[in-house]
Design a protein. Structure first.
Length: 150
């Protein structure tokens, strides 16, 4: 036996592997919560999850509502979740389009004042999940020391 014969492995049955793969039905794509239409996802899942997450941080649950309105600071219509916490402290999570994966901005205002700054929100995320939206919103509000005892 030569060295070349030892080094090259025996060919595998590539044709039979391809045939068995073709015989299998295609894998079903898992249905994800985030694939629901925006108008169902936000009021049905996102808003209740946000309220619950804020309440678990020791504060009271915010008043939240979804509406199409003028974007804080810069104007222009957009879909937004408007929230209000006791104080009254207000915040806005704005969606450029009725899609949770569209560009998002965040604004907030202390009692008696109008928002003066519009911040990009989750700009590095290509695919946004319910858990990510809720966690980052809670993180942002907690950073303001608006949730629970800090």
């Amino acid at each position: 036996m030569t060295r070349d014969a030892k080094a090259s492995p025996a060919p595998r049955g590539g044709a039979s592997a391809k045939a068995s793969a073709a015989a299998r039905p295609p894998a079903r794509k898992k249905s994800q919560l985030e694939d629901q239409p925006f108008a169902e996802f936000v009021p049905g899942l996102l808003i209740p999850a946000m309220a619950q997450a804020c309440a678990t941080h020791g504060g009271s649950a915010p008043t939240l509502q979804l509406q199409e309105a003028s974007m804080p600071v810069v104007g222009g219509r957009c879909w937004q979740i408007q929230g209000e916490l006791p104080g009254p402290r207000r915040f806005w999570l704005c969606f450029e389009k009725p899609d949770i994966n569209s560009r998002k901005t965040f604004a907030l205002a202390e009692s008696g004042h109008e928002p003066s700054l519009l911040e990009p929100f989750l700009i590095d995320e290509k695919r946004v999940s319910l858990a990510l939206l809720v966690a980052r919103l809670v993180q942002r509000l907690n950073g303001q020391k608006w949730l629970g005892p800090n």
